[in-house]
Design a protein. Structure first.
Length: 190
């Protein structure tokens, strides 16, 4: 048995495209096939960009979990979370202790010296307040505390992994103070 052919309803026209673009050419001079040399858009040759002329400053966000950290850095003190239940000291900041999952947290002073465990030199300007090239390093303050931060001022030579670094602070706009580290002696290991 052959399948029946489905007939379209009467009065219904075949579908058409919603937007019909007329081709450019001889009879449509206002729609040229090729744009004149130097014309970027239809508004007279102005350049159009979606990028802002100056990037907005990338400042760290404040949350209720890290508010105490930023209050202490404004006073040039470096603190890390400490669990009031088990005494575990940890970083990065989280709303609960990673060992006992308690939400009862306080703040403890962090060591002011550490060692470089990894680093990278950036040659592109990601922050408007830092002139490239600059170095971002992973500083190990204790077995449980590792901070990703700037080496400031940027050393001219490559920092050695294991080099000693000491804490400093950079005051920015909007009441933000960033903890940064500087190399004690460029390639001296502790």
């Amino acid at each position: 048995m052959r399948p029946r052919r489905v007939e379209p309803c009467r009065g219904v026209e075949p579908p058409t495209s919603r937007h019909l673009r007329h081709a450019a050419g001889k009879w449509r001079p206002h729609r040229p096939v090729h744009r004149p040399h130097g014309v970027i858009n239809h508004s007279g040759g102005e350049f159009v960009s979606t990028y802002p002329p100056v990037p907005p400053p990338l400042l760290p966000g404040r949350t209720r979990d890290n508010e105490g950290f930023w209050e202490h850095t404004q006073r040039h003190e470096l603190v890390v979370p400490e669990c009031q239940q088990c005494g575990h000291v940890f970083y990065p900041i989280s709303p609960r202790c990673p060992q006992c999952f308690s939400a009862d947290l306080g703040w403890q002073s962090a060591p002011r010296t550490g060692i470089v465990s990894s680093w990278v030199r950036y040659h592109k300007r990601y922050y408007p307040w830092i002139e490239p090239p600059y170095i971002v390093a992973l500083i190990e303050l204790s077995p449980y505390i590792r901070m990703t931060t700037l080496l400031w001022p940027p050393p001219t030579q490559h920092p050695a992994v294991g080099a000693a670094a000491s804490l400093g602070f950079v005051d920015l706009a909007d009441g933000i103070t960033l903890p940064v580290f500087s190399l004690d002696e460029p390639n001296k290991k502790p």
